[in-house]
Design a protein around this ligand. Structure first.
Ligand code: PEP
Ligand code: MG
Length: 575
């Protein structure tokens, strides 16, 4: 009998394949005394050899998929395994203390890690500590005979099952093989869900118990749009999922006809439909889905994909590639939004009780720790600005003062480049994300200083409703159509317009088919979304009349008490 689990629909699409468990195995062991130390030394040597050949394969695969620079981290791991001091010490311990290989390995590597981690002002040694930790896990897994999962190594059609996926795990998933993923935790706007949509991988998050219910190799059927996963589906269920899949594919082909058409409402009003990207590689999706601009380039992925702070040159190349790829169409680049769920292995941030309310994004950029990184990024952006139509925005702005400080740094870097006789564009608009309620409420004041707003509803909703966007337990409070959110959005749009500025939205709500009619009615100027939502939004807009939508929006904002009432209203206005 099949078993059905329901989760949060994170990325559309249908898949049927066997489960790949991306779950950390149990690496616990007991310390034991041994009499035959030679056989322990042999077990260690075998585990070391197996680890090296495994790392060699991973390294080659990383070089192929992610580039030579990303692959170098595995060279560092292999170097650890051939370090005579470290390995010699482990062997010595096996011989002199007559203990099993597992405990000798752990004892010696732990002592190295403690020493290296203690060198707080030496980032190089701290990275070595991280390498040793990683390698120890691999060798230990071989000693214990268990397999460490590695998303980059998947080479057959599977559905990935995980407790959680970090943005960097998700980045490693190869859409050729990974047919879908399902997790225990997460929300629709957690970054792994957002990335699944740009990678066009069906996904369900927040099922709470998928990792408990499924074992490796079991067949799964996933409907990403409905948020439903069936474990061990029957023949009938498999054929019904295959049927759903062909309907999904047929709809996609139908929508593709709109790729090169203008975005116009039924009464002929144009709205800008833009796409969100995380890396220059996402440009293909933007172009294939006929987006008119890039409304959000999340540059932090450039930092997350790099083994160290990306240099000005590396950033310049990435920004130039995106600007050139868009051939003069606008590209809104957001300065780094590190922190929250986006961590950098090479930047040690303080432990925080509430990372989403903590030291992140512009707060890091304007602090002593981050100002240098921020200036490097701005210089790279300014240098790239002559290759296309660049706009820059700052994330997580709470006060007008923060915007002014960021702008002052931008002006300084621009002046320096001009003095160095380096070409920079003179028409770069500077805007802010509206994702903190304080900025939304004070939008009328902000509008006097900025060139544009981009409403980041993923965060704005979590902060307004006090409901963590990553937490499936409170996902019922994650309510884009709650009148409280709609009122904030209306105020932001009206405030921008009163000062002759434009307002866009780059949170997931911009591509939400239930929200689009209301946003059209509120007069939002630019809609930026996962590239895969662009064509269905273009299709929806062609069926909307702006005057009717203005009436709908007015009622939703003024007359409704609840999200349910708003949904009923939209269903009444949009058939
Ligand atoms: C947002 O908060 O709506 C947003 C677009 O930014 P991110 O999802 O990267 O936090
Ligand atoms: Mg945000």
């Amino acid at each position: 009998m099949s078993d059905t689990l329901k989760g949060i629909a994170a990325s559309d699409g249908v898949a049927v394949a066997k489960a790949y468990m991306l779950v950390q195995p149990d690496l616990s062991f007991n310390k034991k005394s041994v009499t035959d130390t030679d056989s322990e030394l042999k077990r260690l040597d075998d585990a070391l050899t197996q680890s090296v050949s495994e790392l060699q394969v991973i390294r080659n695969k990383a070089a192929e998929n992610l580039g030579e620079e990303e692959a170098q981290v595995f060279d560092a791991h292999m170097m650890v395994l051939s370090d005579p001091e470290l390995i010699g010490q482990i062997k010595e311990n096996i011989k002199t203390k007559a203990v099993n290989a597992e405990s000798a390995l752990k004892e010696v590597t732990d002592s190295f890690i403690v020493i290296f981690e203690g060198m707080e002002d030496n980032p190089y040694m701290q990275e070595r500590a991280a390498d040793i930790k990683d390698v120890t896990k691999r060798v230990l897994a071989h000693l214990l005979g268990v397999t460490l999962p590695n998303p980059a190594m998947i080479n057959e059609q599977v559905i990935v099952v995980a407790h959680d996926l970090t943005p960097s795990d998700t980045a490693q998933l190869d859409g050729k093989f990974v047919q879908a993923f399902v997790t225990d935790v997460g929300g629709r706007t957690s970054h792994s869900a957002i990335m699944a949509r740009s990678l066009e991988i069906p996904a369900i998050v927040g099922t709470r118990e998928i990792t408990q219910k499924v074992t490796a190799g079991q067949m799964l059927a996933v409907d990403g749009a409905a948020g439903v996963v069936i474990i061990e589906p029957t023949e009938d269920e498999i054929s019904s999922f295959k049927e759903k899949k062909s309907v999904f594919v047929a709809q996609k082909i139908e929508l593709e006809k709109l790729k090169n058409t203008e975005t116009l409402t039924q009464d002929g009003v144009h709205f800008e439909l833009a796409a969100n990207i995380g890396t220059p590689k996402d440009l293909d999706g933007v172009i294939n889905n006929g987006a008119e601009a890039i409304g959000l380039y999340r540059t932090e992925f450039l930092y997350m994909d790099s083994p160290d702070f990306p240099t000005e040159e590396a950033q310049f190349k990435a920004y130039k590639a995106v600007l050139e790829g868009m051939e003069g169409k606008p590209v809104v680049v957001r300065t780094m939004d590190i922190g929250g769920d986006k961590k950098l292995p090479y930047l040690t941030l303080p432990e925080e009780m509430n990372p989403f309310l903590g030291y992140r994004a512009l707060r890091i950029s304007l602090s002593d720790l981050g100002e240098g990184m921020f200036r490097t990024q701005l210089r790279a952006l300014l240098r790239a600005s002559v290759f296309g139509h660049l706009r820059i925005m700052f994330p997580m702005v709470a006060t007008v003062g923060e915007f002014k400080n960021a702008k002052a740094i931008f002006d300084e870097e621009k002046a320096k480049l001009v003095a160095e006789k380096i070409d920079v564009a003179d028409d770069i608009q500077l805007g802010i994300m509206i994702e903190i309620p304080a900025a939304a409420v004070l939008a009328d004041k902000f509008a006097k200083h900025v060139d544009f707003f981009s409403i980041g509803t993923n965060d704005l909703i979590q902060y307004t409703m006090a409901a963590d966007r990553m937490n499936e337990e409170v996902s019922y409070l994650y309510q884009p159509y709650n009148p409280s959110i709609l009122r904030l959005i209306k105020h932001v749009i009206d405030s921008a317009h009163a000062e002759g500025k434009w307002a866009g939205m780059c949170g997931e709500m911009a591509g939400d088919q239930m929200a689009v009619p209301i946003l059209v009615g509120l007069g939002l100027d630019e809609f930026s979304m996962s590239a895969t939502s662009v064509l269905k939004t273009r299709s929806l807009m062609s069926r909307l009349d702006t005057k009717k939508m203005a009436e709908l929006a007015n009622k939703a904002v003024n007359d409704c008490d609840t999200l349910e009432e708003v949904v009923a209203l939209v269903n009444e206005y949009v058939k």
